[in-house]
Each structure stands twice: as structure tokens, then as C-alpha cells.
Design a protein around this ligand. Structure first.
Ligand SMILES: *Cc1c(COP(=O)(O)O)cnc(C)c1O
Length: 398
């Protein structure tokens, strides 16, 4: 056969609007919502052939549905992945991405600065089934190297981290994982596919909570797992999801498809606003520390310049006066709401040590850099000047 050029990879904004669209016989413009459990076959032979995998088509929505498929395809094209599978939540994605490929006797290395439910999966759940885990300071490459054992099968990290916005060198950790014969799984929620492409940096698997920027409007839970190689999905993930059923509802997939259409413009606008708000917060006399991946004073600024296409939609900062001062700031805000979601159109603030990270001991929290005065701010789509006024007035009351 004559050489055919590889299909052109379209730019993110175009994939986000058109990628993966399937049209029914009616030619609808907006993606159709196939709110159906199953599918009818023309005859018994057709059912047999489909179950045998001899003819293409959908069988049962626990493992394949046209609306869910459109969401998976759109994300796959955006990410430049070989395969994608959607899940009911971000935590279902994280859990399935690891459990599907691990067995008793295996070992996992993970960066310790993890979303607290991810920490539960690695630290508590996996060891109950005979999978040992080692937690390392993700920014220290020697710790990753030293943690490797002959049975290490997976590396897991999140970058930037929640809530301290530390940045881990994904390409360097991928090299260490591959030298050890392990797969690197990256939770890319904080960066989004717009600001960071872990597969291009060498990651094998990328997971998202679609609940965050992908929906971006606080409506539904969802998750997705994307793989650089087809084999991970065909050998491990597909069967795990098909048989255990942490499936994404077609309704939620439809909401997420609509969210994706505006993902790039939302993330760009939220990042631009966050950069301005971060500078204002950093300059306030009541603020002792500010961490924002877009600033030159970020501890991993050099890694950020190499691996990220922009700062972040999130800001972490510390006010003088501990918990009482942090509570006064949060409670004085009028536009910015107190809530633990992130990546939302509405700006949201959380006090990690009494909410998302309250399960941990004070000692463990301090080990992650989470002090009593720390607040995490997720920037939304409001006018930047209104947000600056809101946060400045609240900080005056710290
Ligand atoms: C929210 C979040 C998750 C979990 O996602 P859910 O959709 O809430 O299950 C996992 N990792 C990170 C970094 C998150 O922010």
C-alpha cells in the first residue's frame, strides 16, 4: 500500500470542540445523549458476533456507550494518548489505574504530597492486598531512585501538588521509572491538559478528576484514565473496568463533553487572573508566604519553565496568625466562596488543615508544608478586579 501520511494532530482548541464527535442518522449538531443501559441486535447472529468481538458496536453501558465514547475520544485526542477510559469520579480513575495492573507482591513508589484520598489508596488500600508502597519527597530525584525495588511496578505522582503547589520534574521521574521497568502514572488535575502534557514528558498513564476543570462548572463527578500505549488498556484496564463497573454515567459524560468545549478559554482566563491575584496577595503585609507556579520565586521555577505552558488556576498562601487569621480571611470574603472544589467558574477558597487534610496528624500536615495559616484559592471566571478587591479587603481583616 502507498504510504499514507499520519493523521494530522489538530490543536487543542479545535479538538475540544470537534474531537470524537459521533453523529446519529439525524445529523444533530450538539452531541447526542444516549441515556441507555444497552443496545438491541438485529438478530441472534449479530449479538453473537458482537460478543465475540467479530463485529464492532456497543454492548452494555457499563463498559461502552456512545456518549461516554465521545468524551473518551475527545480527551484522547487532546492528550495525544493511545487509549482512554472514563470513570464515575476522579478517585475511581486513580484507584482503577493502579489496581488494574498490580498484584500481591508488587511495589509502588509515590510522591507523598498527594490528594488525601489518593494517599489512602497508596498508603492504606494497596498494602491490604499485598502491594507495598514507599512514599518519597517527589521533588528529590534521589529519593525516587533509592526507593526502587526489584518488584517496583508503578510510580505515582501529582504535579503541581494539592494544596502546596509543589512541582515535580515529570520527565526525570519517568526516566527513573522506566529504568526500573515501572509505569509512571500522573494525576494531572491541577495542571489540566491545557497547561501540561504528561505523555509528552514521558508519563505512561495520565488520570483526571473531570469533576474539576473539565466540567468546570461544579455540576457532575467524573474521571478519566489515558494511556500512552494501547497494551495497558487491552491487557489490564479494559477488563478491570468492564468487570468491576466504576462507569461514568452517559448523562455526566454529556455534561463533560460540553465542559470540554470551553476548557481552553476557561483555563487561560483563570490562569491569567490567578497570576494577577497572586501578585496582589504576595505583596500584602499580612501574608508570610505565597506559592504560585507562575512566579519567578516558586522553588521549582526552572522545572516549571521546562514542563508547563503556564502557571496555574490555583494559588496557595499563608497568613500571619495561624488558623484564627486564616478563618477571618476566608469568612470575610464576599465573592469568593468557601468550598473544597477547584477549577470551577466560581472562585473558591479552602483551609486545607481543617477540611481536605484534617484526616492527617498535625505532624504529617507540617511534613507536607500545610500550616494552620495556609489557604488554597481556586480562581474562577469573575472579573479580576472584583476578586482583587474582595481578597484585599479580607486580608486587611486577617
Ligand atoms: C479532586 C481530585 C481527585 C479526586 O477526584 P473526584 O472526582 O473528586 O473523585 C483526585 N486527584 C486530585 C488531584 C484532585 O484534585
Amino acid at each position: 500500500m502507498a504510504d499514507t501520511p499520519p493523521p494530522r494532530r489538530r490543536r487543542p482548541a479545535t479538538e475540544l470542540v470537534h474531537g470524537g464527535t459521533l453523529r446519529s442518522q439525524f445529523g444533530e449538531m450538539s452531541e447526542a445523549l444516549f441515556l441507555t443501559q444497552g443496545f438491541a441486535y438485529d438478530d441472534a447472529e449479530a449479538a453473537e458476533a458482537r460478543f465475540k468481538g467479530e463485529s464492532p458496536g456497543f454492548i452494555y453501558s457499563r463498559f461502552s456507550n456512545p456518549t461516554v465514547f465521545m468524551f473518551e475520544e475527545r480527551m484522547r485526542l487532546l492528550e495525544g494518548a493511545a487509549a482512554a477510559r472514563a470513570t464515575a469520579s476522579g478517585m475511581a480513575a486513580v484507584t482503577a489505574s493502579l489496581l488494574c495492573m498490580l498484584k500481591a507482591g508488587d511495589h509502588v513508589v509515590a510522591a507523598k504530597a498527594l490528594f488525601s484520598s489518593c494517599l489512602y489508596v497508596v498508603e492504606d488500600l494497596l498494602p491490604r492486598f499485598g502491594v507495598a508502597s514507599t512514599l518519597v519527597d517527589g521533588t528529590d530525584l534521589d529519593q525516587w531512585r533509592d526507593a526502587v525495588r526489584p518488584n517496583t511496578k508503578a510510580f505515582f505522582l501529582e504535579s503541581p501538588t494539592n494544596p502546596t503547589l509543589e512541582v515535580i520534574d515529570i520527565a526525570a521521574v519517568a526516566d527513573i521509572a522506566h529504568a526500573a521497568g515501572a509505569r509512571l502514572v500522573v494525576d494531572n488535575v491541577f495542571a489540566t491538559a491545557i497547561l501540561q502534557s504528561p505523555i509528552e514528558l514521558g508519563a505512561d498513564v495520565v488520570v483526571y478528576s473531570a469533576t474539576k476543570h473539565i466540567d468546570g462548572q461544579g455540576r457532575v463527578l467524573g474521571g478519566i484514565i489515558l494511556s500512552a500505549d494501547e497494551a495497558y488498556v487491552t491487557d489490564h484496564l479494559h477488563n478491570f473496568l468492564r468487570q468491576t463497573g466504576p462507569s461514568l454515567s452517559p448523562f455526566n459524560a454529556w455534561v463533560l463533553l460540553k465542559g470540554l468545549e470551553t476548557l481552553e478559554i476557561r483555563v487561560q482566563r483563570q490562569t491569567a487572573t490567578a497570576a494577577r491575584v497572586a501578585d496582589v496577595i504576595a505583596a500584602h503585609p499580612k501574608v508570610s508566604k505565597l506559592i504560585y507556579p507562575g512566579r519567578a520565586d516558586h522553588p521549582q521555577a526552572a522545572v516549571i519553565a521546562r514542563q508547563m505552558k503556564g502557571g496555574s488556576t490555583l494559588i496557595a498562601f499563608e497568613v500571619d496568625g495561624g488558623k484564627e487569621a486564616a478563618f477571618r480571611v476566608a469568612s470575610a470574603l464576599e465573592i469568593i466562596k468557601i468550598s473544597n472544589n477547584l477549577g470551577d467558574a466560581k472562585s473558591l477558597i479552602t483551609h486545607p488543615s481543617t477540611t481536605t487534610h484534617q484526616r492527617l496528624s498535625e505532624e504529617a500536615r507540617l511534613g507536607f508544608g500545610i500550616t494552620q495559616g495556609m489557604l488554597r484559592l481556586s480562581i474562577g471566571l469573575e472579573d479580576p478586579d472584583d476578586l482583587i478587591e474582595d481578597i484585599s479587603l479580607a486580608l486587611d481583616k486577617a
